[in-house]
Design a protein around this ligand. Structure first.
Ligand code: KIV
Length: 266
């Protein structure tokens, strides 16, 4: 078992201490980030963009994810390892169970699925079989072709109402964590208060129970040279990667990141 478990994350939410999550794809960074105090290492399918150079996460396979989870597991010093189920890896019940088994056996402690209320069915199935699941709501990059781009979600009243209802339904279905990407801060705050499970934000303001960033973005390594509004470069002013990782953890815990300039209004 890692030092950080689901119980740890629930206690952090209850005590009000923020959860620091960072994406991670290899053993060396897993070692450095977990040593710096990152609570959760997310082996995100963002690896399709930052490691493989694709223009979306859609080409990433379960085999890619399993390879990177196994690498992260070897370097990890006690963080909880969360892994993305990649595009279409949870399209059917059979695929969901088979692919979750592959990723849990590779070393993950929790799986993440992108979607909305329809995730209740796979999440219930996973919970019954002992696999903790995190539901990713808001901007869900695997659906970029439906969303028409990487845009803030939940600005319209009807969308916001639906996201709140989905969050509650997914908690009831057995989700252990929620991740909200690019949603107005006020909506993220309401959702975080409405559920008992930890809510992690990226571009969702400072009132969620924790934060996540893509490792390469927070180290100032954006491929395009242009970072999204919600990113802060933690390498700025630091003389080592270890110092930048510690600065990120401290800023999340002290709630100095994200600031208003990294957040979206309704
Ligand atoms: O794949 C990923 O890195 C993610 C984060 C953007 C939250 O899902």
């Amino acid at each position: 078992m890692p030092d950080v478990t689901l119980t740890t994350l629930q206690s952090l939410k209850q005590s009000g201490e923020k959860i620091a999550m960072l994406t991670c794809y290899d053993a060396t960074f897993a070692h450095a980030a977990s040593q710096a105090g990152v609570d959760v290492l997310l082996v995100g399918d963002s690896l399709g963009m930052v490691l493989q150079g694709h223009d979306s996460t859609l080409p990433v396979t379960v085999a890619d994810m399993a390879y990177h989870v196994a690498s992260v597991k070897r370097g990890n010093q006690g963080a909880l390892i969360l892994v993305d189920l990649p595009f279409m890896a949870y399209a059917t019940t059979e695929q969901t169970l088979h692919n979750c088994a592959t990723l849990m056996q590779a070393g993950a402690h929790m799986v993440k699925l992108e979607g909305a209320g329809w995730l209740a069915e796979p999440i219930r199935l996973l919970a019954e079989r002992g696999i903790p699941a995190c539901a990713h709501l808001g901007l869900t990059p695997q659906a970029v072709n439906i969303l028409g781009g990487y845009k803030v979600q939940g600005r319209q009243d009807s969308q916001a109402r639906q996201m709140r209802a989905d969050a509650i339904a997914l908690e009831q279905a057995g989700a252990c964590m929620l991740l909200l990407e690019c949603v107005p801060s006020s909506l993220a705050e309401e959702i975080s208060q409405a559920v008992k499970i930890p809510v992690i934000g990226i571009g969702a303001g400072s009132a969620t129970d924790g934060q996540v960033l893509v490792l390469h973005d927070m180290l100032g390594l954006a491929l395009s040279g242009r970072s999204p509004k919600f990113v802060k470069n933690f390498m700025a002013g630091q003389d080592s990667i270890a110092a930048a990782l510690s600065a990120y953890v401290q800023a999340v815990k002290a709630v100095t990141f994200p600031a208003a300039e990294h957040s979206f209004s309704a």
